[in-house]
Design a protein around this ligand. Structure first.
Ligand SMILES: Cc1ncc(COP(=O)(O)O)c(C=O)c1O
Length: 393
């Protein structure tokens, strides 16, 4: 696909930049107007002719969403499902795994909090064992330890590619190679990486990948997606069933859908789905290699600027880092910094150790401020954030 990136054009297509400096993209990004227009137009059509009738009329548009998602991660459309958020997408796969008592699940310190809660629940309910891999000297997952633990026997490797609370980009492909070496089922949480860095399930080698619409893809809230590879379709049984995921073949029998849509719900957010497809197409049209490089540069600029300030600590780990920057200001708690920045029309968020008990808590960090840059942020905006933190300090 031929791609083009113009900062001027992407900013012109992003109405929100008139109101705010938005560095809360790891929370929910400002959508381009083409995404909002698609959702609103879809809803208007439902208003005009009815929901089921709109779905019939827009069948082609809705079906094309699977092609778009497939293109995003390098997979055939049959392996893609649209699910309301990244957590449920991940849950549909992980809770669908046929765990047996004593099964070991290997994961990392950066694993998303809701995923860890799920493993704790699975420990209680089914007696699985969660095995935690430590960070290496760079603060990313320790690959040598992954190798050792997978060699010792594991049912599943679950890793978060880019954590919610930091700039780290975990080595997804290297972990995929180790999973292939040991024949271990690999689940990748790509919630923060979808739209932020290029994703190719073939080179990553994951069985399952989950993502969300509203963050770096700049799609509508309430949208997410799942990739389920060949092995996933063989091994996983969705934890829930309905008339969309299965055919009721006889009074006492049913058959699962053959494709990944068996993980979907019958009822879904159609307007959002249409918007998600457009968001993915938009991201692809800009070129994710290009936008990823820009996000990395803006993240590095922000980090360097904040590091140059006295009494400001930057807490990102990793050999490779992206657009998420976490920091603290000595003597000013994170909520106050966030509020002060908001008064200056700068959107950030905070991340607390109570939500990152395997990551921030053992590092002894308090709640940190998270500023997450996107390609549509200008260098001037990043510098304005640094100046604002300087003033707050
Ligand atoms: C790494 C990671 N995984 C999963 C999620 C959950 O995504 P969603 O809110 O779409 O379920 C988040 C949300 O912040 C996240 O950062």
């Amino acid at each position: 696909m031929s791609t083009q990136f113009s900062l001027e054009a992407v900013r012109a297509a992003t109405p929100g930049i008139e109101n705010v400096i938005h560095v809360n993209n790891a929370g929910s990004a400002l959508p381009p107007s083409v995404v909002t227009d698609t959702v609103v137009d879809y809803l208007r059509r439902e208003e005009a002719i009815g929901g089921y009738e709109t779905a019939d009329e827009r069948h082609g548009q809705l079906e094309a969403v699977y092609d778009s998602l497939g293109a995003l991660v390098g997979a055939p459309r049959e392996h893609m499902a649209v699910i309301e958020n990244a957590t449920r997408a991940w849950d549909m796969a992980v809770y669908g795994y046929p765990f047996e008592r004593g099964d070991r699940v290997v994961t990392c310190r950066a694993e998303y909090s809701s995923n860890v809660l799920a493993f704790l629940q699975l420990e209680r309910r089914f007696g699985i064992e969660m095995v935690l891999i430590d960070d290496d000297d760079y603060g990313q997952i320790d690959l040598a330890q992954v190798d050792t633990e997978l060699a010792a026997g594991a049912a599943m490797m679950a890793m978060t590619h880019i954590p919610t609370s930091g700039g780290l980009i975990n080595p997804a492909e290297e972990v995929g190679a180790l999973c292939a070496k040991h024949g271990v089922f690999y689940v990748l949480d790509a919630c923060q990486s979808a739209g932020q860095v290029p994703l190719d399930v073939n080179t990553i080698g994951c069985d399952v990948l989950s993502g969300t619409g509203r963050k770096y893809l700049r799609g509508p809230r309430g949208t997410g997606f799942l990739y389920a590879g060949e092995r996933a379709l063989e091994v996983l049984e969705p934890p829930f069933i309905d008339l969309h995921s299965a055919d009721w073949t006889q009074a006492d029998d049913y058959e699962w859908r053959p494709d990944a849509r068996r993980f979907e719900n019958w009822e879904t957010y159609y307007a959002g789905k249409a918007g998600l497809g457009v968001a993915v197409d938009y991201a692809l049209s800009l070129g994710i290699e290009t936008t990823a490089a820009r996000i990395t540069n803006l993240g590095a600029r922000l980090r360097a600027g904040l590091e140059s300030l006295d009494r400001v600590g930057v807490h990102d780990k990793g050999a490779r880092r992206g657009g998420i920057v976490t920091f603290t200001v000595d003597g000013v708690d994170a909520a106050s910094v966030q509020a002060q920045l908001l008064l200056r029309k700068i959107n950030t968020s905070t991340s607390g150790p109570d939500r990152a008990r395997l990551d921030l808590e053992p590092r002894g960090l308090p709640t940190v401020i998270r500023a997450s840059a996107h390609y549509y942020n200008s260098e001037d905006e990043i510098d304005a954030v640094i100046q604002a933190v300087d003033a707050v300090r």
